[in-house]
Design a protein around this ligand. Structure first.
Ligand SMILES: *Cc1c(COP(=O)(O)O)cnc(C)c1O
Length: 426
């Protein structure tokens, strides 16, 4: 599959847009790269008369606009807001588009922070949260009701890499007069464009692949126009009003770094996908590995849907080891691959969700097995990545005392309400 095809013949290709959209040489000096406009306010020529539409930096800045323009052009959206985290993008969607008495349907596998945000901050305002296995469209058809205001999809999901059929879910959501919002962080607009498939709203944690260099926290909210989304005008107006009132916009330097990161997004995604596919296939043959989850493997239950709606399968591979002790010792024995939260950077990162990123969901129905590992493949040489995994697996142990028992360790008992712990979840 090619990930560099032009979207429309009338439009430049997606790699060209990644480099050039919104990034013309600056007119005053000719600087090829846009300067960083580190200012909180803009001079007016007369009361209310701005030079370029900017008045006060809460509502907009040139660097934020550059980033929003390229995001729109990559996603084929008509509205983009670049905000200061992926979670802020979610806050904008929940606050602008939900009200007391509304229900939001969320998937069974979801980024832990999204779940925690909804349960801790929105349930008390009278919003109900219903978890449905959205990989099963019949389950959604049975659960959706007139109370449902938003169906929230995350595909591929973090950390389980579930694949949800966006087109089919949009059809069911719209038939029930609900909006479809898609967290497309793992795909980026290079691999998947939910608005073209009927989604009303898309969010990204640009912290991940879109910026791609593990040096910025950022997010984006995008929406389409009336040609793809019947309620687009209402959705955009509510998002704009909320964002202008609250001020979640990304700061100038972070916007500038993210815009720079996007210039290489298509080439990075191609390498992330290539490395992830090779690692997934390699892991499938290892005796210490109980299960490999990667949408690019024909064994993955979402493989056919992923092939239909994505132009590549992404840079994250998840897997389960034979025992909990194996998982914990493996993540501590890699040398090249760094044990850290987050994903989508040029460097490979390994994560043990049950104790790190998904601790927020440890005590609930969304909990992640302690044998589960999430691996974000960077753009390093594949030989070095596989050699690192090979030696880490050789150094790993199956049981806590290092003696093979062949018995799976029990799931640890989390007694505290992990939802209340102030942990970072990425
Ligand atoms: C990281 C992540 C988020 C949250 O983004 P932040 O930038 O950390 O606030 C949301 N959804 C998914 C799928 C993520 O991986």
């Amino acid at each position: 599959m090619s990930i560099t095809e032009p979207l429309h013949t009338a439009q430049p290709g997606i790699s060209t847009r990644s480099v050039h959209s919104g990034a013309n040489p600056e007119s005053h000096t000719g600087s090829v790269v846009a300067p960083i406009f580190q200012t909180s306010t803009f001079m007016m020529d007369a009361p209310g008369q701005t030079r370029a539409g900017f008045d006060y930096a809460r509502t907009g800045t040139p660097n934020r606009s550059d980033l929003e323009q390229v995001l729109c052009e990559l996603e084929n959206a008509t509205f983009a807001a670049a905000v200061n985290s992926g979670t802020s993008a979610e806050v904008a969607v929940f606050s602008a588009l939900l009200g007391p008495g509304d229900e939001i349907i969320i998937p069974r596998d979801i980024y832990g922070g999204t779940y925690r945000l909804l349960v801790n901050e929105y349930e008390r305002w009278g919003i109900s949260i219903r978890t449905v296995d959205l990989t099963d469209t019949e389950a959604l058809a049975a659960e959706i009701s007139e109370k449902t205001a938003i169906v929230w999809v995350e595909t591929p999901s973090n950390p389980g890499l579930d694949i949800v059929d966006i087109e089919e879910t949009a059809r069911l959501a719209h038939a029930a007069n609900a909006l479809l919002a898609v967290d497309s962080t793992f795909a980026t607009p290079i691999l998947q464009r939910p608005i073209e498939l009927g989604a009303d709203v898309v969010i990204h944690s640009t912290t991940k692949f879109i910026n791609g260099h593990s040096d910025v926290i950022g997010g984006a909210v995008l929406a389409g126009d009336g040609s793809t989304c019947a309620r687009a005008a209402e959705v955009v107006e509510r998002l704009q009003n909320y964002l202008a009132s609250v001020g979640l916009g990304v700061a100038p330097f972070d916007a500038w770094l993210t815009r720079r990161g996007i210039k290489t997004l298509p080439v990075r995604m191609a390498r992330h996908c290539e490395n992830a596919q090779a690692v997934a296939e390699w892991l499938e043959g290892r005796p210490e590995i109980a299960e490999v989850l990667y949408p690019g493997l024909p064994s993955h239950p979402g493989h056919e849907v992923a092939k239909k709606q994505m132009s590549g399968f992404g840079g994250v591979v998840s897997f389960r080891t034979d025992t909990e002790a194996r998982a914990l010792s493996l993540v501590q024995n890699t040398q090249l691959i760094t044990l850290a939260e987050s994903l989508g950077g040029v460097e490979s990162l390994i994560d043990h969700p049950a104790t790190m990123t998904h601790l927020a969901v440890a005590d609930c129905e969304l909990s992640v097995s302690p044998t589960f590992i999430r691996l974000s493949l960077g753009i390093e040489d594949i030989g070095d990545i596989l050699a690192d995994l090979e030696s880490a697996l050789a150094a790993s142990v199956q049981t806590p005392d290092g003696v093979s028992s062949g018995v799976e360790a029990p799931v640890s008992d989390h007694s505290l309400s992990a939802l209340k712990r102030p942990v970072a979840t990425v």
